[in-house]
Design a protein around this ligand. Structure first.
Ligand code: ZN
Length: 348
């Protein structure tokens, strides 16, 4: 089985996006947001069938771990109440996708972070998504400001209540920023990759996993610049009197394969132990075109992983087995026929 650990609902029905814009306009005007629109199942199935599912089938991907569009989380827009309501709508939409395509998607939630209150309401929404909607992980934004980096580092104790809940629920967090509010910093070309690297270095500088030995983070986009500069981080860990990376970070941190060319994937697989690599493509996402050199989509990352020098056992680990280890709730979700509908019926 091939499991993609990194997909977003980037093809949402237009009514969902239109409501978001209306919500923000209402907030600016000091008004209540309009009612959330009715979105028919057919609108969701159409978006998925013609989008993500078509590409999964074309590329031989069995399951995608699926979350709301990351660049649209917008934790820097509106206030905590706005973030909470938008987050619930986004997560509920993911739950509907899972219910409509049993066995093909597993849910990862957005968290209702905001600048004024980086983890306010996050534990409550995480519990709702895992316990009621059957989700198996969360996306954690290390910079809810959209580029000002004014929240405490991920290793600050203010994040600990969320980490307690992640450990208790046995779900990982993917460290994932949202849209950039700074025109100097392109969202997917600069901010995403920089944030991955920043988060990694925060972990190198800390001993967070001594406090949370069971906490698991996924750093997406191949770990940002970290694998490419692995010698720098090994050297800095020594200079900072920190334990070696494999004892202090790789115990709990995993990188996906959202790297869109063969030499990049080769480097990732050479530098990072295969047990720390999870297959991911972030399809349909940041880079949607076809590579004129290869004739294939840039984000068709299965091809690159297949072409590495990893042996068959390591490839199986990357494509499937590691993902079950990092997302232990995945198995139960895939073996339920219709987790969303069952949950809602049970909730009355
Ligand atoms: Zn992403």
């Amino acid at each position: 089985m091939i499991i993609d650990c990194h997909g977003h609902f980037t093809t949402v029905p237009p009514a969902h996006k239109q409501w978001r814009e209306a919500q923000l306009v209402a907030w600016e005007a000091g008004l209540e947001p309009p009612p959330y629109p009715h979105i028919a199942d057919a609108d969701i199935t159409g978006a998925i069938t013609q989008g993500q599912l078509a590409m999964m089938d074309e590329r031989g991907i069995d399951v995608t771990i699926f979350s709301p569009q990351a660049s649209a989380m917008g934790h820097h827009r509106g206030d905590a109440v706005v973030s909470r309501e938008w987050t619930r709508r986004c997560n509920d939409l993911i739950a509907r996708v899972i219910g409509l395509f049993p066995g093909r998607f597993a849910g990862v939630c957005q968290l209702p972070q905001s600048v004024a209150d980086p983890i306010g309401g996050c534990v409550e929404e995480l519990r709702r998504c895992v316990s009621e909607l059957g989700f198996i992980g969360a996306n954690l934004n290390p910079d809810p400001s959209g580029g000002d980096w004014n929240a405490p580092p991920l290793t600050d104790r203010s994040w600990y209540p969320l980490y307690d809940a992640l450990v208790e629920l046995d779900v990982p967090a993917m460290i994932h920023v949202s849209g950039s509010s700074n025109p100097h910093v392109h969202t997917t070309g600069a901010y995403y990759i920089a944030a991955d690297t920043i988060a990694f270095m925060q972990l190198v500088q800390s001993r967070l996993f001594a406090d949370f030995p069971k906490l698991r983070f996924v750093i997406p986009h191949g770990g940002g610049a970290a694998p490419y500069h692995w010698g720098r981080y090994r050297g800095l860990a020594a200079m900072l009197d920190q334990p070696p990376l494999d004892a202090n970070v790789l115990t709990n941190v995993f990188f996906d394969t959202c790297v869109y060319h063969q030499p990049g994937i080769d480097l990732l697989c050479e530098v990072i132990p295969s047990q720390n690599i999870l297959f991911g493509s972030e399809m349909i996402g940041a880079v949607r075109g076809v590579d004129s050199r290869s004739g294939h989509h840039f984000d068709d990352t299965r091809r690159y992983v297949e072409a590495t020098s990893l042996d068959d056992r390591a490839k199986r680990a990357v494509f499937e087995q590691n993902i079950y280890r990092v997302y232990p709730r995945l198995g139960a979700v895939l073996h339920r026929s219709d987790p969303y509908r069952r949950t809602t019926r049970a909730a009355g």
